[in-house]
Design a binder for this molecule. Structure first.
Ligand code: FAD
Length: 493
């Protein structure tokens, strides 16, 4: 019997991989598509709605991998871990020695957390369902924890945690700097101090399956499940052992210098710091772990959460192949989602967009982009197989992201933080802030809208999206653009 060759193989059961397999299934109903995933659960998008031209909203559900076979009958899903790729022979090899041949393959293996002090038992990373369970288990006994990192995960964690002191260590001068500017950070700070309704005892909606529902991972496998999505905190209890609501102390502009266990700390001769604004009640305590920061302050805690981002999971594929790897560690992909190795595509967190980016689009390792890249990669694979041309998907024209931080709706559009700065160009920032209600910042370049940060229920997203896409000259309207008494929709109708 002739050796089986799959026309399309997709590796990874996260949003990018599943969307890629689903799109291939839809486009090529007569072909069998193979989806290989290390995790027994896959991530599936549900309730998808297009809010505007580029803004989208959806939920993510974790489901047993077989659910993809049910919805897409021509997709076969197997749980295996890929350990190598031979791009000359178009073969991937799994941990159990299986060899799978492909015509075209899309790598969607996501990222691995960059955990500080990886083997330290008092430091945990948060990435997938398993790591969240471990975090909850430890949190319920904790009086104080240290969270290191300033991205979305750290932000959501510090806001959600109750009943436990949190020391939030960030390397920047303002919180949540991966997403927002210092002004918006200031706007959020009040929320950190505010008491909020506790989620304790709230019934779980159980939207998700957990790994308890499915068989154990293959023995010896260290490959993790897909990264969690934006709703990961929704049903989780994040309560420590104390009778307090929020108690967050931010240490700005610091990195971790040294981590000590109790004995190491006691023999180091160092002195722990008292929390500013804290009551110092724990100063005499012995903590399981102590962290010394680059500002020489030392704090003790029950454990440390490392939320310092991810590195693309390219490892199993690079050996023996000529991949171009970007500075951030991802596979460089062109405008057809092709890596530099023939017939090998990549999408989601594992890839680095290396085409000439549209002026108002940036890559951020987000759920929405994993979906868009997975879908577009599938279309590119099919177009290439059929010798057809394909033009870039419209979603890559404008960066658009909806999320929730500190219980506020947050919409980011275009070059919202002037990430792409043209030297010599003048940028103008306009601001409208109503304390505890909304924060609106727009970035103008030569009178044209470059980007915007919209926090709260501003209802400005569609108009601003159009203004960025059309590059309307706003010079005559500039002074009224953020006037709350003027309906700007009327201006541009
Ligand atoms: P992943 O979801 O990481 O999936 C990778 C898949 O590849 C997994 O199924 C894995 O098992 C599989 N795999 C890996 N290696 C192998 C191998 N060798 N062989 C076979 N299979 C393999 N984004 C937002 O937009 N908003 C948010 O609020 C947000 N919050 C987040 C909170 C947390 C805690 C985390 C960790 C991430 C968050 N993100 C958020 C980011 C978002 O989750 C990711 O950008 C997105 O899920 C990436 O999807 P992906 O498919 O590329 O990769």
């Amino acid at each position: 019997m002739a050796e089986k060759i799959y026309k399309y193989v997709v590796v990874g059961g996260g949003i990018a991989g599943v969307t890629c397999a689903e799109t291939l299934s839809m486009l090529c109903q007569d072909d069998e598509i193979l989806l290989i995933t290390a995790s027994p659960l896959v991530k599936v998008i549900t309730n998808y709605t297009q809010i505007s031209k580029t803004l989208e909203d959806f939920d993510v559900e974790e489901r047993p991998m077989t659910s993809v076979e049910t919805t897409c009958p021509n997709v076969k899903v197997i749980q295996k871990v890929i350990v190598s790729l031979n791009s000359e022979l178009c073969v991937v090899t799994t941990t159990d020695g299986d060899e799978i041949k492909y015509n075209k393959i899309c790598i969607c293996t996501g990222g691995k957390p960059k955990v500080i002090s990886k083997d330290n038992p008092y430091v945990i990373g948060i990435r997938d369902t398993e790591s969240v369970k471990e975090f909850q288990k430890r949190l319920c006994k904790a009086r104080r924890i240290i969270v290191v990192g300033n991205g979305g995960i750290a932000t959501e964690l510090v806001y959600e945690i109750e009943g436990c002191e949190v020391i939030w260590a960030i390397k920047d001068k303002s919180i949540t700097s991966t997403f927002v500017d210092p002004g918006a950070a200031e706007f959020f700070l009040d929320k950190l101090k505010e008491k909020k309704d506790s989620k304790t005892g709230a019934p779980s909606k159980r939207l998700k399956y957990t790994t308890d529902d499915v068989p154990e991972e293959q023995p010896g496998s260290t490959t993790m499940g897909g990264a969690l999505g934006p709703d990961w905190v929704r049903d989780l209890s994040m309560v420590g052992s104390q009778q307090i609501s929020h108690k967050v102390h931010v240490e700005y502009s610091v990195e971790v210098k040294q981590i000590y266990n109790t004995e190491e700390f006691l023999s180091s001769g160092k002195v722990q710091n008292v929390l500013e604004g804290g009551d110092g009640e724990y100063i005499e305590e012995k903590w399981p772990v102590y962290v010394e920061f680059t500002n020489n302050k030392v704090f003790g805690a029950d454990f440390v959460v490392s939320a310092t981002g991810v590195v693309p999971a390219t490892d199993p594929f690079t050996k023996g192949n000529q991949f171009d790897i970007a500075e951030d560690g991802g596979f460089k992909v062109n405008d057809k989602m092709e890596t530099t190795v023939k017939d090998v595509y990549a999408a989601g967190d594992v890839c680095s967009a290396s085409w000439e980016l549209a002026p108002h689009w940036i890559q951020m390792r987000l759920w929405s982009q994993a979906r868009q890249m997975g879908s577009y990669a599938a279309k590119c694979m099919v177009a290439s197989m059929n010798g057809e041309n394909i033009s870039m998907d419209f979603c890559f024209e404008l960066f658009a992201h909806v999320t929730k931080f500190f219980n506020y709706k947050v919409i980011l559009l275009g070059n919202f933080n002037v990430q792409k700065r043209d030297n010599g160009q003048d940028y103008e920032l306009l601001l409208r802030v109503t304390k505890n209600v909304e924060y609106v910042k727009v970035v103008l370049k030569e009178g044209r809208l470059e980007g915007a940060i919209l926090i709260g229920e501003t209802d400005l997203e569609e108009t601003f999206e159009n203004l960025i896409l059309n590059q309307t000259d706003l010079t005559p309207f500039k002074d009224h653009l953020l006037d709350p008494n003027i309906d700007i929709d009327d201006f541009f109708d």
